[in-house]
Design a protein around this ligand. Structure first.
Ligand code: 5GP
Length: 193
């Protein structure tokens, strides 16, 4: 059984990471999406299993116990990826922020970092409003997002702009396939965009 590959989808809020990640695992039974922990409250209408929603004390206890592969504080809330335990034969997909991507790069230089960019701040703001973020949060996330994209481009192996969802999912699927083929052949993957 080959070692699992590690794919990281990262980028600013409103880039559509969650939607793209959900589509990827829906169409690919050999891709396993890690479920993060967060201290953020659940948004109205957000699925109960979107995260493991915990209080800060519980989160901090797990940090102390060494139970996170990576974790970060983002706009006042903690988010973390439990040490991944994928089923046999599955590759791992993480959907995290830039700070997490940085930690993954340091811990696992072999990981494939895929930066998902929103097509424009206007579209990004619409997506954030659409899921119920208030105006102050939208403003903060757009501002943070510009810096995240700038640094993300220097960190990423691959960059995809999420303009059209189907095209974006197809592009990320193509990247996953390319890195899987490289694992099989032993040759380094051709870098994309
Ligand atoms: P949201 O509150 O919108 O669900 O997530 C805020 C940000 O935290 C998003 O950029 C999301 O991708 C990121 N995030 C979600 N889970 C994790 C995680 O486990 N680790 C890190 N570093 N970021 C995460």
């Amino acid at each position: 059984m080959p070692a699992p590959l590690l794919f990281v989808l990262f980028g600013p809020g409103g880039a559509g990471k969650g939607t793209v990640a959900a589509r990827l695992v829906e169409q690919d039974p050999h891709l396993w999406l890690s479920r993060s922990w967060t201290t953020r409250s659940r948004r109205p209408g957000e699925p109960r299993d979107a995260y493991e929603f915990v209080d800060r004390a519980t989160f901090e206890e797990r940090i102390r116990a060494g139970g996170f592969f990576e974790w970060a504080e983002f706009l006042g809330n903690l988010y973390g990826t439990p040490v991944p335990r994928p089923p046999d034969g599955a590759d791992v997909l993480l959907e995290i922020d830039l700070q997490g991507a940085r930690q993954v790069r340091a811990a696992r230089p072999d990981a494939t970092l895929i930066l998902l960019e929103p097509p424009s701040p206007a579209v990004q703001a619409e997506r954030l409003r659409g899921r119920g973020d208030d105006e102050e949060h939208v403003r903060l996330r757009i501002e943070t997002g510009l810096a995240e994209v700038a640094e993300g481009r220097t960190l990423a192996d691959e960059t995809v702009v999420n303009d059209d969802l189907d095209a974006c999912v197809a592009a990320v699927t193509g990247i996953v396939d390319r890195y899987r083929r490289a694992r099989t052949s032993g040759a380094p993957p051709d870098k994309g965009s």
